[in-house]
Design a protein around this ligand. Structure first.
Ligand code: NDP
Ligand code: HSE
Length: 435
């Protein structure tokens, strides 16, 4: 049978890995796909470097539009990144009747509704396994393996760069900037690393997971996003002392009035599975009503782990080429005409437990006033520690609360910061028991 012809846009970390894995495992892949999968055309900026790598059989050029318009290409693999040109190219490929494979979570989180609608109308597939958690087949699991379930929540470590930074800071006490530079060198970080550090990349991925879990359109603009750049080393240490670790989590949860969609640093019990996901590893925990919790763990970034997911999509598309488009697995797991308009809840509607740290004047009545204020706001204290502050006559206090409504916590924090004996802002971190 004739080989499937692939047009590759981008030959960077993921594109280069895809080329390597396809070449090394060509025979195994064609045994699985039923046909061989061949990259015949590539677009990059640095054509000379690409030609040297790919050899004479591949057409290499600097114009990605030429690839998506090439009638001989069956599948376009978009690995350029970014939103503007990538969106243009993906829509052009779809309009030309080509299937698309992409690792571009930013593109799909922002323009997924438009792209999936265009693909459905044209009867082509847009596959995106590599866009969430790199090499972990989480999209496949949620779209196919868990279809029997009413999913209750998904929580994950879905950004390798920040997990790597938090792990190195905690275990080796290394400074933030040093570890970030290492992550960039290892190819984990996005072209703009603020996407990683500020939680934006995790929110892109979480947006897609929420759609797959609950059958809602992609709504990146409604996600609550808080990164790790303001996280203080003292809180990482205190969390450890209290039996927790701080992780940048993406959490999406079904609640009676809507869906939580939030990315932020969170304290998780140090014995929990997620707390022990270290380095650039990713893990996604999915809670379904029938199956209970299932955990998906693996490399969330890097050359070959991400290529593993890209190639899996290529095989999937190859196997489905002749299938009736009406009977394929829907892009977002639910049939397009069965998508729900369940609202995304604002962060103020979130209910969770909290870690609150503040510095106060060490004088009589302080604790009584603070606990009364928290009680008046409907916030119950789970535990509390007090220790001498670095400043004389001051004390550092840490409260761990029971579950509370974020709006009530905000009101309490504002009131606490206005008290005359309070000498710092209140550091607030959310805590997740993940049960
Ligand atoms: P890189 O920056 O390493 O590679 C980008 C590639 O695109 C380069 O080969 C570059 O060409 C090419 N390119 C950029 N602009 C153009 C253009 N205008 N015309 C032609 N070619 C162009 O990115 P990554 O491989 O790291 O990431 C690619 C995508 O995969 C992104 O969407 C990213 O978010 C996603 N992703 C990345 C992961 C990772 O671990 N790195 C993991 C999961 C997803 P040249 O080489 O000539 O500069
Ligand atoms: N920058 C991303 C990360 C790459 O660090 O996880 C994988 O999507």
């Amino acid at each position: 049978m004739e080989s499937i012809k692939v047009g590759l846009l981008g030959l960077g970390v993921v594109g280069g890995g895809t080329w390597k894995v396809l070449a090394r495992n060509a025979q195994e892949i064609s045994r699985r796909a039923g046909r061989s999968i061949e990259v015949t055309r590539v677009a990059v900026r640095d054509v000379t470097r690409a030609r040297a790598l790919l050899g004479p059989d591949v057409v290499v050029g600097a114009d990605p539009h030429a690839v998506v318009c090439d009638p001989s290409i069956d599948i376009v693999v978009e690995l350029i990144g970014g939103e503007t040109l990538a969106r243009e190219l993906v829509l052009e490929a779809i309009a030309n009747g080509k299937h698309v494979v992409t690792a571009n979570k930013a593109l799909l989180a922002k323009h997924g509704n438009e792209i999936f609608a265009a693909a459905s109308a044209r009867g082509v597939i847009v596959a995106f396994e590599a866009a969430v958690a790199g090499g972990i087949p989480i999209i496949k699991a949620m779209r196919e393996g868990l279809t029997a379930n009413r999913i209750q929540w998904v929580a994950g470590i879905i950004n390798g760069t920040t997990n790597f930074i938090l792990s190195e800071m905690r275990t080796h006490g290394l400074p933030f900037e040093t570890v970030l530079a290492q992550a960039q060198k290892l190819g984990y970080a996005e072209a703009d690393p603020t996407f990683d550090i500020e939680g934006v990349d995790a929110a892109h991925k979480l947006t897609l997971l929420a759609s797959l879990a609950f059958g809602i359109p992609v709504q990146f603009d409604k996600a609550y996003i808080e990164g790790i750049s303001k996280l203080a080393a003292v809180d990482i240490k205190m969390a450890e002392r209290l039996g927790y670790r701080i992780k940048l989590l993406g959490i999406t949860k079904r609640r009676p009035l809507g869906i939580e969609l939030r990315v932020h640093p969170a304290l998780v019990p140090s014995k929990s599975l997620l707390a022990n996901v270290e380095g650039a590893m990713n893990a996604v925990l999915v809670n379904g009503d029938a199956v209970g919790q299932t955990l998906y763990y693996g490399k969330g970034a890097g050359e070959e782990p991400t290529a593993s997911a890209v190639v899996a999509d290529l095989v999937d598309v190859t196997r489905l080429l002749t299938s009736d488009p009406e009977h394929r697995v829907p892009h977002l797991a639910f049939q397009p005409d069965a998508m729900a308009d369940t609202p995304i809840l604002s962060i103020e509607e979130v209910i969770t437990s909290y870690y609150l740290r503040l510095t106060v004047a060490d004088q009589p009545g302080v604790l009584a006033d603070l606990t009364r204020l928290l009680a008046d706001s409907g916030i119950s204290i789970g535990s509390m520690i007090q220790q001498p502050s670095e400043d004389q006559d001051m004390a550092d206090l840490i409260f761990l609360t029971h579950q509370a409504l974020e709006r009530d916590v905000n009101i309490a924090i504002t009131a606490i910061e206005a008290l005359p004996f309070v000498r710092s802002h209140v550091t607030r971190l959310r805590m997740e028991s993940l049960t």
